[in-house]
Design a protein. Structure first.
Length: 498
């Protein structure tokens, strides 16, 4: 039951708390007013009691009769309801009477005199309850051997205070009712944005986020996203969360689509050499005279090598995706690029290969020399395979204190504009067919993807710019400090001689 009470709606809790706060304020104000007014009224009554006591004492001195003489009460000027008593030296009551309206004073009964007997004779004003007469404020005054106890009734003060309490109670109830209604309206209006936020969250929660296309999720209205209010902050945060959910779902769909495409492409790429190997093996098994066994074995070996390279590329990409560390050593980029260009010149004699070095500092990086050599080899092979004979391929190495740049530029036909944004994606090829009639018909579409992954693993960046007649790949790697030998630069430059 207590847990259910704690789970009441915020609107109810706010109204209850505001009502309690208003009730406490009204009670405090009423109590303060009553106490202040009571003190004021009692002060006035005490002044009247003191004046009446002085008047009675003066009357007692003017009637020097017996010690219990109260004849002064028959004089005019005494208020109705006033009581007076003559006291002896010990403070005992000798005689006591009360002034009546339109009648002579009447003597007090024994019970009434007993109630007055307990009043202290210290000259202060005290409160005494007199049976049959009510509550009185009394005091004792004495002079020239005469001692008189005088008291006035408190009925008027009590009636006024009771009336004030009743009026304040009625007013407080009316004010609380009006304030409660007003607060209910205000709280309901102020919580409407939060209700709309909750409704939006409930609608998003009902969306099938675990399946199908999830687009166009509900958003909190703009009027409920004002950062100046708490509800607006919640609404804005919910919209940001929904945007993040949609972007995450979109990224997940793209990832799943890329994964399905990757698996399909990998399957096709692996199926092609496997089909060729099986076909050639079947031909040799039948002993057909239509193909030389040596040629068939060569084709089997070629397709096996092609499949092996594809599998190695896939494994390398998987290791790089997992973030496995590469070997780390200081690599002389100039020497590495020069050797790669020399090998490319030997493999592609129909192209014009050039090497340029623009070195302001030692061209060295910290990384895996074999993988960096693989990057340069693949870029050079890409230029050789996808450009016609006679194309000029210029490889440039530039170094500064903190960067090392490898630029590879050719004057070939360029990369198609539609293919350029995805050129570093896996299984991206200019030839979209999956069949290969020969080993030089095109690669698997993993070459530039492997290059980009290796460069990224070394903390670098790779970019490409292409237009007809000019294509340039730029590899940007962080350089390490070191010394560069000018003699070695001359040796490397000599490699460009025809």
């Amino acid at each position: 039951m207590s847990a259910r009470r704690r789970l009441r709606p915020l609107r109810t809790r706010l109204l209850v708390l505001i009502g309690l706060a208003l009730a406490a304020v009204c009670a405090a104000m009423a109590l303060t007013t009553v106490l202040v007014q009571r003190a004021y009224l009692l002060g006035n009554l005490d002044d009247r009691v003191d004046n009446a006591a002085e008047h009675s004492l003066g009357g007692a001195r003017l009637h020097p009769g017996p010690a219990d003489d109260l004849s002064f009460l028959r004089d005019s000027g005494h208020p109705t309801g006033m009581l007076a008593a003559r006291l002896d030296d010990d403070g005992d009551i000798l005689a006591a009477e009360v002034v009546s309206a339109n009648a002579p004073p009447r003597a007090l009964t024994d019970a009434q005199r007993t109630a007055l007997a307990g009043v202290r004779t210290d000259g202060s004003t005290h409160t005494a309850a007199v049976p049959g007469l009510g509550t009185y404020r009394v005091t004792v005054a004495g002079s020239d051997g005469a001692r008189v106890l005088t008291g006035l009734p408190m009925d008027d003060v009590q009636h006024m205070i009771s009336g004030m309490v009743l009026v304040e109670a009625v007013v407080a109830v009316a004010v609380l009712a009006a304030a409660g209604g007003l607060c209910a309206v205000v709280v309901r209006r102020q919580l409407r944005p939060l209700g709309r936020v909750a409704a939006t969250a409930a609608e998003v929660a009902r969306a099938p986020l675990d399946r199908g296309e999830v687009t166009g999720l509900a958003r909190v209205p703009a009027r409920d996203t004002d950062p100046a209010s708490e509800a607006g902050q919640v609404g804005a945060a919910l919209n940001r969360m929904i945007d993040h959910v949609e972007s995450s779902l979109t990224a997940r769909r793209c990832t799943e689509e890329r994964m399905r495409r990757f698996l399909a492409d990998a399957s096709h790429e692996l199926r092609t050499p496997l089909t060729s190997i099986a076909g050639y093996a079947e031909v040799m098994n039948r002993g057909s005279d239509g193909m030389e066994p040596v040629l068939a074995w060569r084709r089997v070996f070629a397709e096996s090598a092609r499949m092996t390279g594809l599998v190695e590329d896939l494994l390398l990409l998987a290791r790089l995706d997992e973030g496995r560390p590469l070997q780390s050593a200081e690599v002389d980029v100039a020497a590495l690029v020069a050797e790669a260009v020399w090998d490319a010149r030997a493999a592609g004699g129909g192209h014009d290969w050039e090497l340029e070095l623009h070195l302001d500092d030692a061209p060295s990086v910290l990384g895996d020399e074999a993988r960096l050599r693989q990057v340069v080899d693949r870029l050079l092979a890409n230029a050789r395979v996808h450009t016609p004979p006679g194309t000029t391929v210029v490889t440039t190495v530039e170094s500064t204190a903190d960067r090392c740049l490898i630029r590879l530029r050719d004057d070939g036909p360029g990369i198609p504009p539609a293919l350029l944004p995805q050129v570093f994606d896996r299984f991206t090829r200019g030839d979209t067919s999956r069949t290969r009639s020969g080993p030089h018909d095109g690669g698997s579409g993993l070459g530039l993807a492997v290059v980009a992954a290796i460069v990224s693993a070394h903390g670098g960046r790779i970019a490409v710019e292409s237009e007809p007649g000019r294509t340039e790949f730029t590899v940007d790697l962080p350089a390490t400090a070191g010394d560069y030998s000018g003699d070695r630069r001359v040796d490397l430059m000599s490699m460009n001689s025809p």
